[in-house]
Every structure is written in structure tokens, then in C-alpha cells.
Design a protein around this ligand. Structure first.
Ligand code: 1GP
Length: 242
């Protein structure tokens, strides 16, 4: 299964994708089955696993458990190299393009190689761009970087385009997990118009209306985490229409 090519195919067919993000730090492994059954019954197309601060080995156990209950692709969205596990299908190899901390631009990547070499994970180079969303986010705190102010739209566009020119396969626009304000349609649209690689959008999306707004503005894949953690009923809104 080529997860990246499948994303490309969906984008060409104008099909929208939804990833449910599971943060191993906030999730009890014993709840996996019940949670994943809801994911399977929803319009979700991917399961992302990752977080800013996760204890060693937790991700490995959790991914193995998720895999038992779903056929959806499991993609690592790691905050650190300790979250790399060969039990997932793919990994977003994230470079934090909004920041100027070399560790998150290339340092961790060099450290990751010997781990990745021991796995068959599909490695998907991803330009990760944190946009200011109100209050400080975990990404900011952990990486000691500043997000791009949301009114600096040209800088956001140029950052995304620089990622594409560097050969990255995806751009991920991030407002931060649990962000007060999700990204505006205007920012999403401005970036999407200038890119020819798929665009991921996440952070602070809590309703079906916001999800649809992000798709309408041009997001190809939307990531939602907190809304599922906080509100089980949110899955009801996103049931598959048979
Ligand atoms: C975080 O973009 C993801 O990295 C999802 O954010 O938890 O706010 O849905 P939420």
C-alpha cells in the first residue's frame, strides 16, 4: 500500500481526507477498541498517531493495538524520534519550517535515520508550518520556536512554497493541538492556490461546519484530535452516509 500515492489519487479525484489524531500521551490503550470502532464507522480515512510529549515505547504498544482493530492506514505524526515504530504504515517526516531551531529542521532527522532503516515505514517528507492561533501551543513550547503570525499571509505562502521547492511531498498547516482558533479559510485558500502538493490542515477544528469550511478553502486532508478526545458524540456527526 502506497499511502502517499493514495493521497495524491484522492486529491486528483477531489476526494477529501480526514485523519483522526491519537495522542499516546492522552489516550488509554485499553480504550483503543471502542474508540477505533467509532473511527471505522466515521468518514475518517487515516489514523495519525503522535504528540509533543510522549513516554518511550508507549507509541509502539498503542500502534500495535490500533492495527488489530482497523484497516485504515496508520501514519506516525511524531513529536520526537522516540515515537518511531515500524508497526505503523507511514511516517510524516516533519521539518518545522515556521521555526528556526536547527534540531527540528534537520537535527532530529539525522538521528532518526538509523531507526527508520530498521523499519519498512513509508517516509513522507512534510513541511510543517505552525501559525499563531492565540495562546502558546505545545509545539511552540517543546521546539522553542515562534509560529508565523496569522496576518503575515505572504510569509506563510512563501514558507509553504519553499518547502515544496525543497522537494517536500506534503505541507501541513498547523494552528496547534487544541488551538482556540482554527486556521482561517483565507490562509488555507491562499496557501493552497500556490501549491501543487497536497495540503494538510489541523488544529482547533471542533465541528463539522469547521471541517467543511477547511475543505472548501482547499484543505486536502484535515487532522482532528482534541474534538474526538473531548466529545465522543462528535463521531456521530461524522458517521458515514451509506
Ligand atoms: C494537532 O493538528 C492537530 O497537531 C490536531 O489538532 O487536537 O486541535 O484537533 P486538534
Amino acid at each position: 500500500q502506497d499511502i502517499y500515492q493514495d493521497i495524491i489519487k484522492s486529491v486528483s479525484a477531489k476526494e477529501k481526507l480526514l485523519a483522526v489524531l491519537i495522542d499516546p500521551d492522552k489516550f488509554l490503550v485499553e480504550n483503543t477498541r471502542a474508540f477505533i470502532e467509532k473511527v471505522n464507522a466515521s468518514i475518517a480515512t487515516h489514523v495519525f498517531v503522535g504528540g509533543s510529549t510522549v513516554d518511550d515505547f508507549v507509541t509502539d504498544t498503542l500502534v500495535a493495538e490500533i492495527k488489530k482493530h482497523t484497516g485504515l492506514p496508520i501514519v506516525l505524526f511524531p513529536g520526537d524520534i522516540t515515537q518511531i515504530t515500524g508497526k505503523a504504515d507511514a511516517i510524516l517526516f516533519l521539518s518545522l519550517l515556521s521555526g528556526r531551531n536547527p534540531e527540528y529542521l534537520i537535527g532530529k532527522h539525522v538521528e532518526a535515520v538509523s531507526k527508520l532503516d530498521k523499519t519498512e515505514l513509508q517516509v513522507i517528507s512534510t513541511g510543517y508550518i505552525l501559525i499563531e492561533s492565540g495562546k502558546e501551543t505545545a509545539v511552540q513550547r517543546v521546539t522553542k520556536t515562534n509560529p508565523i503570525p496569522r496576518n503575515e499571509v505572504q510569509k506563510i505562502i512563501n514558507t509553504a512554497k519553499a518547502g515544496q521547492l525543497l522537494g517536500m511531498k506534503l505541507i501541513y498547516l498547523e494552528a496547534g493541538s487544541g488551538a482556540e482558533n482554527a486556521l482561517s479559510g483565507e490562509i488555507i485558500k491562499s496557501v493552497k492556490n500556490e501549491l501543487n502538493i497536497p495540503l494538510i490542515v489541523g488544529g482547533g477544528i471542533r465541528s463539522k461546519a469547521q471541517l467543511e469550511q477547511a475543505y472548501k478553502a482547499g484543505a486536502d486532508l484535515v487532522v482532528i484530535g482534541t474534538a474526538f478526545e473531548d466529545d465522543d458524540l462528535f463521531f456521530e456527526d461524522l458517521k458515514m452516509i451509506n
